[in-house]
Design a binder for this molecule. Structure first.
Ligand code: DX5
Ligand code: ZN
Length: 242
């Protein structure tokens, strides 16, 4: 994507993509829980991989990605919250991930570049994730090579936490940094996103929203997803028209 296209991307309406996190699903009926959100218009399935080291929690890994790849029609968005992404990235690419986010906090500059090279070689979208306290500037060495930046709006580790107020400012910062570099990564926001917080981040340029509890912990997950989609798209339209 050239510089002109990059600038334009932030000025054209595209529907927001909702990425339900299966961490909040009923894992005893994962297939039907994923099918339900696919029917409701979800864009990706978000798979939270936690190793018990980078974050205190321990969740799911390669076998879940492999099974979903066989059974699910949505693309798979794998969020690696692990200490050693350069070792395990190939496993998740081979398992069928369509996009893998690795955390910038565990990589030095060479590691960031290497991770992007591995993602490109593996044919997956290139993505880096930032914890709430991590400055956007750490992505400077790779910003031009990223398909997506994941902005965390809670401390990684658990679903069902409250959105950290002001996280939308970081979305705006990513947009500014990307524009200045002539780059145009998509921006995903993860943590405490529901119908009250989706408009805040979408008004600043968020393209993809991870929703755990705001979808799966609701009585009617499909209706909850549709409502978030609606308020998110409306905020984007209003921001573009302003
Ligand atoms: C947190 C995970 C999130 C989480 C989102 O570490 O990365 O994806 O499952 O859950 P909610 O939307 O409930 O905050
Ligand atoms: Zn996540």
């Amino acid at each position: 994507m050239g510089r002109a296209d990059a600038v334009e991307r932030y000025d054209v309406f595209e529907p927001v993509k909702i990425c339900p996190s299966i961490l909040s699903a009923d894992l005893a009926r994962l297939g039907s829980d994923v099918e339900m959100v696919a029917q409701a218009g979800a864009g990706y399935v978000h798979i939270d991989v936690m190793d018990g080291h980078f974050v205190p929690n321990l969740t799911m890994g390669v076998p879940v990605v492999k099974s979903l790849k066989r059974s699910c029609s949505l693309p798979l968005d794998v969020h690696l919250m692990i200490d050693n992404p350069l070792e395990e990235l190939p496993w998740f690419i081979d398992a069928g991930a369509d996009m893998v986010s690795v955390h910038a906090e565990v990589l030095d500059e060479g590691g960031l570049v290497r991770a992007v090279e591995m993602m490109r070689a593996g044919g997956v979208a290139t993505a880096m994730a930032l914890k709430p306290a991590t400055p956007v500037s750490v992505l400077a060495p790779v910003i031009g090579a990223l398909d997506m930046v994941l902005v965390m709006s809670v401390e990684p580790g658990f679903s069902g936490q409250s959105y950290i107020e002001g996280s939308e400012a970081k979305v705006a910062e990513v947009v500014r940094m990307a524009r200045a570099a002539g780059a145009s990564p998509l921006i995903q926001v993860d943590g405490g996103i529901g119908d009250a917080t989706a408009p805040l981040v979408c008004a600043q340029g968020a393209d993809l929203l991870v929703c755990g509890n705001a979808v799966y912990a609701q009585d009617d997950p499909a209706a909850a997803l549709e409502r978030i989609q609606q308020v998110a798209d409306q905020a984007r339209r209003e921001a573009l028209a302003a």
